[in-house]
Write a protein that binds this ligand. Structure first.
Ligand SMILES: NC(=O)c1ccc[n+]([C@@H]2O[C@H](COP(=O)([O-])OP(=O)(O)OC[C@H]3O[C@@H](n4cnc5c(N)ncnc54)[C@H](O)[C@@H]3O)[C@@H](O)[C@H]2O)c1
Length: 682
């Protein structure tokens, strides 16, 4: 139990406590709260694997009871054992607070440190039921992206944040607040690690076991780092990908209208594809086997047309082609059937991809062709090995059909969902002639890597802590002004990116993508990020807007080492190392971040990626101005330096430019070896 001295003057802006503030300051309540029944309509996390031995289950209960006084142990031990049996994890549902969880205006948080109040706002946003996937289980997205492992960790963390000073740092181990340690005003207020394992203990079942024991968690990327901003993040990234995929294959005089982008999945992230396709200006066709998921996206207005059979699809697609339409069409059905039918109908697909969840192929991430949705779900439960065979046969068929289209000229790319990896494991014809590489590129190898990350462009984001949409409008306008000025003197190599980002930010409000906090995402490079942030800080100082929190997705230039995704376009052999992500989190932490995080897992799976991020509160002070310049410059250029050392042309260009811009930046540059020197050596 904590021993914190609470004083009424910890409240920032109000003189009387609200119930919400009282509860935050109390941490673990002094009276045992009443047991909560979960709502029948709750979107609960799937039951996790029953992986612990009896002794380990006892250990899990012993671990959970550490948070509570002895007098409750008998009652809670029975309840937690029941949770472990029912859910495979101990979430401590009884301790979920009674107040609503959402991003309140910053002044409503009880806190002595405004930086800490900003972090509280971000935590609550990640747990807002409008934002979070499984809010009762503290999961923000991705099925397993946890903010905390249990509600006791949440209560203690909020209490620590409410009472800490600017000379303390809260250290968090996978959701568990280890405690407040004396530090300095220069240090981050919070240091987060999620899922960091001794390397040999980082397999899927290790996560199941150690998470069930209550000693680690899967933080995904922006779930456990409190930086999730709802679906707009993914819409922007997907738009950039689709837009640039068309640019790769079209003549400068052509545009994507009336041309087809065929893909699959209308789930969490994949559901952004039709909206992104509309913004990119093409015909998007998206197959989704789950009728509920497809209907939900249609009702939300994220896809324009919904059909439930191939005949109607073919008619509607031909009409769209004839009229050069910009339209998105969802078909309730299997993607393999669509690829095959378009081949027999001779419908030319300009761009193709796939966003089924093949990072999770055997338990519902991918539904095989030839089985109904219900039949598949039945096999997953009752005959997993038969289901696995169906999945592999389906992948072989899908790849064969994609190959036929590719032979006619379709540009196909892997969307970071392990499609090519699983297809290759299934024996599909997806290898290049050298039998090592795949015959199709990943979206980072061909598009996001060379066109964005290597130049430093990545998913910069900010949150207006006042909660006012007018503040967000003002920040949008500031960003447009800053980028337009920068673009006037930008080299031709990045003019296209600058223009795309100006177009995005000008239309951002009308795309209506804010869910939860007043947040915005905008791809920008080091110069753009710092100049925009500087202009925000000035506007805060002048009283035009309230405080702003800066951050970014981990899926960025420097924060993530992931050999099949973010760093898949690194070709010097170093893509299996994780030095860049580790340097980034250490480097950001002493350059001014308000909080930093480093995670194992995220997107591609436990053990497959190391990724990190930061958050920073801008409060209009000179101090914030100094820090933002320091951190944003390093946070981008660390990755450009590594990418240029890997001999990536675009990064070499970018880092030389940065060294001209900042003469105190000195980066080791590679000497390029002629092929002829190596040819006859061995
Ligand atoms: N959008 C991005 O920018 C991005 C980036 C990197 C990776 N990814 C990857 O994309 C994948 C999808 O992510 P998500 O959050 O949308 O997952 P999700 O599980 O929520 O959605 C996938 C959808 O695919 C559907 N599906 C499965 N098999 C199908 C089939 N054969 N035909 C038609 N539909 C089928 C499922 O019903 C499900 O709704 C993940 O592997 C993710 O890591 C996405």
């Amino acid at each position: 139990m904590l021993n914190l001295k609470l004083t009424k003057n910890t409240i920032m802006s109000t003189t009387t406590y609200t119930d919400f503030q009282e509860q935050i300051l109390q941490g673990i309540p002094s009276d045992l709260p009443v047991k909560r029944e979960l709502s029948k309509n709750a979107n609960s996390a799937p039951k996790r694997k029953d992986i612990l031995s009896i002794e380990e289950k006892q250990l899990a209960i012993r671990n959970a009871l550490r948070y509570f006084p002895k007098k409750w142990h008998e009652t809670l031990a029975i309840e937690f054992a029941e949770e472990l049996k029912t859910f495979g994890r101990i979430y401590m549902h009884r301790f979920k607070p009674s107040y609503d969880l959402y991003a309140r205006p910053i002044q409503e948080y009880p806190a002595t440190s405004k930086q800490a109040a900003g972090i509280m706002l971000m935590i609550q946003n990640n747990l807002d039921p409008a934002v979070a996937q499984h809010p009762d289980e503290l999961i923000t997205y991705g099925g397993n992206g946890a903010v905390f492992q249990n509600w006791a960790q949440y209560l203690l963390t909020m209490q620590y944040l409410a009472t800490m000073t600017n000379e303390q740092t809260l250290h968090m181990y996978s959701g568990h607040p280890m405690g407040l340690f004396p530090s300095s005003i220069e240090a981050p207020r919070v240091v987060v690690t999620n899922g960091m394992m001794v390397p040999n203990y980082s397999k899927q079942d290790d996560w199941e076991k150690y998470n069930a024991l209550g000693v680690t968690q899967y933080g995904q990327m922006t779930a456990g780092s409190f930086m999730y901003i709802g679906p707009q993040g993914i819409v922007h990234g997907t738009t950039i990908t689709v837009m640039n995929a068309f640019r790769k294959i079209l003549k400068v005089t052509e545009n994507p209208a009336g041309k087809i982008f065929l893909t699959s999945g209308l789930g969490g992230m994949s559901g952004a594809q039709p909206k992104a396709g509309n913004i990119a200006g093409c015909i998007t066709i998206c197959a989704e086997v789950n009728a509920n998921a497809a209907t939900k996206r249609y009702e939300q207005g994220w896809v324009d047309v919904l059909v439930d059979n191939l005949n109607d699809l073919v008619v509607r697609v031909k009409q769209a082609q004839e009229n050069q339409e910009v339209v998105s069409i969802a078909i309730i059905g299997n993607i393999v059937d669509v690829w095959e039918r378009f081949d027999t109908e001779n419908i030319f697909i300009h761009v193709g991809s796939d966003q089924t969840s093949l990072h999770n192929p055997w338990s519902g991430g991918y539904y095989p062709v030839g089985l109904s949705y219900e039949e598949s779900n039945d096999l997953i439960r009752n005959n997993p090995s038969k289901f696995k065979n169906h999945v592999q046969e389906s992948l072989v068929r899908q790849a064969a059909s994609i190959n036929k289209h590719a032979a006619k000229g379709t540009y196909f790319f892997d969307y970071g969902n392990a499609f090519l990896l699983e297809a290759s494991r299934a024996g599909a014809d997806v290898f290049a002639e050298n039998n090592i590489d795949f015959k199709y590129p990943s979206y980072v190898q061909d598009i996001l890597g060379p066109m964005c990350f290597d130049y430093g462009f990545g998913p910069f984001r900010w949150v207006c802590t006042s909660g006012n949409s007018e503040d967000l409008d003002k920040t949008d306008a500031i960003a447009v002004k800053v980028l337009t000025e920068i673009m006037e003197n930008s080299p031709k190599e990045i003019q296209l990116q600058m223009q795309d980002n100006i177009t995005w930010i000008k239309n951002a409000k009308s795309n209506n993508l804010v869910v939860g906090s007043q947040a915005r995402i905008l791809y920008a490079d080091a110069e753009g990020r710092a100049k925009i942030a500087e202009a925000f800080n000035n506007a805060i100082a002048n009283g035009e807007i309230g405080a702003v929190i800066l951050g970014r997705d981990h899926h960025d230039v420097s924060g993530t080492d992931s050999p099949y995704r973010e760093t898949s376009n690194i070709y010097d052999g170093s893509k299996f190392t994780a030095d860049m992500a580790i340097h980034n989190v250490i480097g950001d932490s002493f350059r001014g971040a308000t909080w930093v995080s480093i995670h194992n897992g995220g997107g591609v799976g436990w053990g497959e990626v190391t990724n990190g991020g930061f958050g920073m509160l801008l409060d209009g002070t000179e101090e914030a101005d100094r820090r933002l310049k320091n951190i944003l410059f390093y946070d981008v250029n660390n990755g450009i330096a590594r990418r240029s050392w890997a001999r990536n042309d675009e990064a070499l260009f970018a880092i030389k430019r940065e060294m001209e811009r900042r003469p105190d930046l000195k980066v080791t540059l590679p000497n390029i070896v002629e092929d002829i020197i190596l040819k006859d050596l061995f």
